[in-house]
Design a protein around this ligand. Structure first.
Ligand code: EPU
Length: 404
């Protein structure tokens, strides 16, 4: 499995905490990594990607002084840019970040990030679409998150590594990527306890040093392959995939009809016969991730029976359903719920990808639909997958990437 996008983007931001040469391994060749390289370059940081797949790596050289500004042109392309705010405030006492707008999932506020940094001693002003933060050295405190936001937890954890005294994050996100970031920060000299639990304690240190770190495998990419096995049938071993990072998903998949075994080297997935419907609710980790949902909905579209799918993280994350309907899926949505009535066959159509996971899900749907499916907006898929079409084709699917 290639490195986890949602880990790598944060690991890249973490390099801002220490001058010197950092090296990140297992970095996939995806557009989002390229955009964060551009963001770092705009600040005066050299970042270059080489190799591909699990051999992909990033060399990042952070100078002693950077330009602590994240411009609109880049933040607009990737909302995760907000994750540079914590490191910049902690190390330079100043950051100017373009405010991220909404996106295809609906509203994407950053209020939890800002409130937490205020608790740590930062002050913010907002003007001309930019939020500007200032502080003397941040001071550790107890922060209670009203929701276990993944990126807010990452951002606060990074900032707290250089704060004076101890910071406690209560109701912290527990994603494996948070543990991965804590592991990298620890290798840089940070003192962190409890990453992966709801209570993370960070004892601030005066300085951090550069790191060499290998990103964990991408569990969302693993989920994509597992769904492909469920839809097409057959057997595939996902080398490097970590079953312990997706226990709830594997339980749901077993009910749907995909059998997954932890082989030690990865996950061996098998599936035969028609899939079965099962209700699904997305929840923060360790619940079923919202990122898995589009793949699960495609599987349920062709399963036997009726399923209710509830989205509890991003209210607007059902846009791709209109595209699936165009392919013959029988899905009704109301608010953050969808009723999926399984049909026997989908029918190939021209459809549009609206985000990374929705795009990948439409490709999977096209794989089992009658006739040809053309997914436009493939650049969304490239944001999170290196060579999705080529790798599906290597497994026997008739999928190819048309040039733009
Ligand atoms: N939220 C707020 N205020 C905040 C922050 C979040 O109200 O200040 C809300 C969000 O609007 C949402 C909920 O809290 O309703 C959870 O959002 P969270 O902050 O956990 O999401 P995120 O960190 O912005 C990451 C992933 C997403 C993934 C979500 C949920 C990254 C870069 N992105 O987003 O991944 O869907 O967690 O697990 O880590 C993707 O990979 O395609 C993707 C969208």
């Amino acid at each position: 499995m290639y490195g986890a996008k949602n880990s790598v983007l944060k690991l890249m931001a973490a390099t801002l905490l220490a001058p010197g040469r950092h090296r990140l391994a297992n970095v996939p060749g995806i557009t989002d990594v390229g955009i964060v390289c551009d963001l770092l370059a705009a600040m005066g940081v050299e970042a270059s990607h080489s190799g591909s797949g699990t051999a992909g790596s990033l060399d990042i050289s952070v100078p002693c002084e950077v330009t602590p500004v994240a411009p609109y042109e880049l933040v607009e392309k990737i909302r995760a840019s907000i994750v540079v705010l914590g490191p910049l405030l902690a190390r330079y006492g100043f950051a100017r970040i373009s405010l991220p707008g909404g996106d295809d999932f609906g509203q994407r506020p950053i209020d939890m990030h800002l409130r937490a940094f205020e608790d740590l001693g930062a002050r913010f002003t907002t003007e001309h679409g930019y939020v500007e933060g200032r502080c003397d050295r941040l001071v550790g405190t107890r922060i209670v998150l009203e929701f276990p936001s993944h990126t807010a937890t990452d951002n606060i954890m990074m900032a707290a590594t250089l704060a004076k005294g101890t910071t406690v994050i209560e109701n912290a996100a527990r994603e494996p990527e948070v543990i991965d970031l804590a592991a990298m920060l620890t290798s840089m000299g940070a003192r962190i306890e409890g990453a992966g639990t709801s209570r993370i304690e960070i004892e601030g240190v005066d300085t951090l040093g550069p790191s060499e770190h290998r990103a964990i495998p991408d569990r969302v990419e693993a989920a994509t392959w597992l769904a492909a096995v469920g839809l097409a049938g057959g057997e595939v071993e996902l080398l490097g995939a970590r079953a312990e990072h997706m226990e709830m998903l594997l339980e749901k998949l077993a009910l749907i009809g995909v059998h997954a075994v932890d082989t030690g080297a990865g996950i061996l997935a098998t599936s035969a016969g028609r899939l079965r419907s099962v209700d699904i609710s997305t929840l923060p980790y360790p619940g079923v991730a919202t990122d898995y949902k589009p793949f699960l909905v495609v599987m349920l579209s062709v399963a036997s029976g009726v399923a209710i799918v509830s989205e509890n993280i991003f209210a607007g994350r059902f846009r791709y359903v209109d595209e699936l309907r165009r392919m013959g899926a029988d899905i009704t949505t109301k608010g953050h719920h969808a009723v999926v009535r399984g049909v026997r066959r989908l029918s190939g159509a021209q459809v549009r990808s609206t985000d990374i996971r929705a795009g990948a899900a439409l490709v999977l749907a096209g794989m089992v639909a009658d006739g040809t499916t053309e997914v436009s907006g493939a650049e969304h898929v490239d944001r999170g997958y290196e060579n999705l079409a080529g790798r599906l084709a290597a497994l026997g699917a008739d999928v190819r990437r048309e040039s733009e």
